[in-house]
Write a protein that binds this ligand. Structure first.
Ligand SMILES: [Zn+2]
Length: 445
């Protein structure tokens, strides 16, 4: 009798242990299953470290990459235009969908595991607009991006240099043609901003220097601050703040920077969102730099030179914020995800950014940036679109200036902001402005 009782207790103990073990496994499976499934040794999901399940598509359902077959879109230009958004098969582009959205592509389901097949991951980008941007950059290094500041959707983000992921070239480390080729310059690039930074200096002046809009400034072509001479391409003559902005007068802006002081300028660079990176659907962007210095250095930093460094995506988001009556949407790349039978899977909710500056300052900046187009860049280049913009021709130490053109369409029916940088492109308005004009023309059709 004693022996039977002992065996019963032992059996009961074993059953309890089994139950506990099962419960622990289920718990771990529920919380960790997705990570187990996306572990790179999972033969169901990967071949040689390449995701072989799921599909990456554009917002309209154009398949850009098919996991099971490992095949990209048939059009070579489109493959190069979307390389940095989609990713290469060797996993070199860490900010791409194939890397950042791996577990979504694998599409783990707690009931069926990965047996039901991968998920379709739709990006916010538009394939046609991406190809237009790639063709407009015409092989020049740089970035061209457009986003909808009401929804946050990034409609294109083309980064050059690029390559064809279906036929990747041999790239050696010292090949200057492929310098930084694995970086998505929109998310991870940093550039001297040049005159596009004057948007920030203008915001600071509007809010911190009472009556600045009523002042008259005079430019003789150069101004001496401390031991440095700040030069303009020619004498801009007499003007108010709005015309100093439209003519991009370095002399006026250097003097405004000195009057505002280093701390105020630094604070406005921070308020503008140019100093901190942020998340684009979970993919981090890089932080910018602003060191105001003093004297002539402070003057140059207010003009967007000296040690200023800006990330193009931060500039894009700033443009969206200036364009918005209230809070603008944060740029995002993940549009939607569908699983088995086309059922939607959960994706993060759209996010809003804190509004930049005051509502009055944003309105004045919109007016001034519209004035830039009327006075300097030429409305005819943009048809009937209510384009507000600022150009930049950023002096750099290693060659011709970088050409910048940033802005937005001030129209609720076409709420688009854009950023274009052509490295060593020369004139911001001419070179980068023409890329932006081609993008906006395509975007409204
Ligand atoms: Zn000037």
């Amino acid at each position: 009798m004693k022996q039977v009782k002992f065996r019963s207790v032992l059996l009961l103990l074993l059953i309890v242990l089994l139950g506990l073990g099962l419960a622990l496994f289920c718990l771990r499976y529920t919380f960790r299953g997705e990570a187990w499934a996306s572990f790179s040794a999972n033969g169901h999901a990967y071949t040689d470290g390449v995701v072989r399940t799921g599909q990456v598509l554009d917002r309209n359902g154009t398949v850009l990459y098919d996991g099971p077959s490992g095949v990209y879109h048939e059009d070579s230009a489109l493959r190069q235009a979307t390389l940095h958004a989609v990713g290469d098969q060797l996993g070199n582009i860490s900010t791409s969908a194939l890397e950042a959205f791996q577990s979504r592509l694998i599409g783990f389901d707690p009931l069926t595991g990965t047996l039901s097949g991968g998920h379709k991951v739709y990006l916010t980008i538009d394939a046609d607009l991406s190809r237009t941007a790639w063709e407009a950059l015409d092989g020049r290094k740089g970035v061209a991006a457009v986003y909808n500041y009401q929804t946050g959707d990034i409609l294109c983000m083309v980064s050059n240099p690029s390559f064809d992921p279906a036929d990747p070239p041999e790239i050696s480390d010292d090949d200057s043609d492929y310098e930084g080729v694995y970086l998505n310059r929109l998310l991870s690039g940093l550039y001297t901003p040049g005159s596009v930074f004057k948007v920030v200096t203008t915001a600071a002046a509007l809010e911190q220097l009472p009556g600045v809009e009523e002042r008259t400034f005079t430019c003789d072509g150069s101004v001496t601050i401390g031991d440095q001479v700040i030069t303009c391409p020619y004498a801009h003559g007499e003007m108010d703040l709005s015309d100093a902005f439209a003519r991009s007068c370095n002399g006026v802006y250097a003097q405004l920077a000195v009057e505002l002081g280093a701390d105020v300028l630094q604070d406005y660079a921070r308020q503008a969102g140019l100093l901190e990176g942020f998340s684009v659907s979970g993919i981090p962007t890089v932080s910018g730099l602003f060191t105001a210095g003093s004297g002539g250095d402070l003057g140059w930093s207010g003009v967007g030179q000296y040690e200023d460094m800006v990330n193009p995506c931060a500039m894009l988001a700033l443009m969206g914020s200036i364009a918005s009556d209230d809070r603008a949407a944060t740029p995002r790349l993940l549009y939607r995800e569908t699983g088995v039978l086309g059922l939607p899977a959960a994706i993060p909710a759209k996010e809003k950014r804190a509004a930049v500056f005051t509502a009055e300052t944003r309105q004045t900046l919109r007016d001034m940036m519209a004035h830039n187009v009327q006075e300097t860049y030429g409305q005819s280049r943009f048809g009937d679109l209510a384009v507000c913009a600022k150009s930049g021709t950023a002096e750099v130490s290693d060659g011709a200036p970088h050409a910048w053109f940033v802005g937005f369409v001030d129209d609720n029916t076409l709420p688009l902001a854009f950023v274009v940088v052509v490295e060593h492109g020369g004139s911001g308005s001419d070179v980068a402005g023409s890329v932006a004009a081609q993008l906006l023309e395509q975007a409204q059709s």
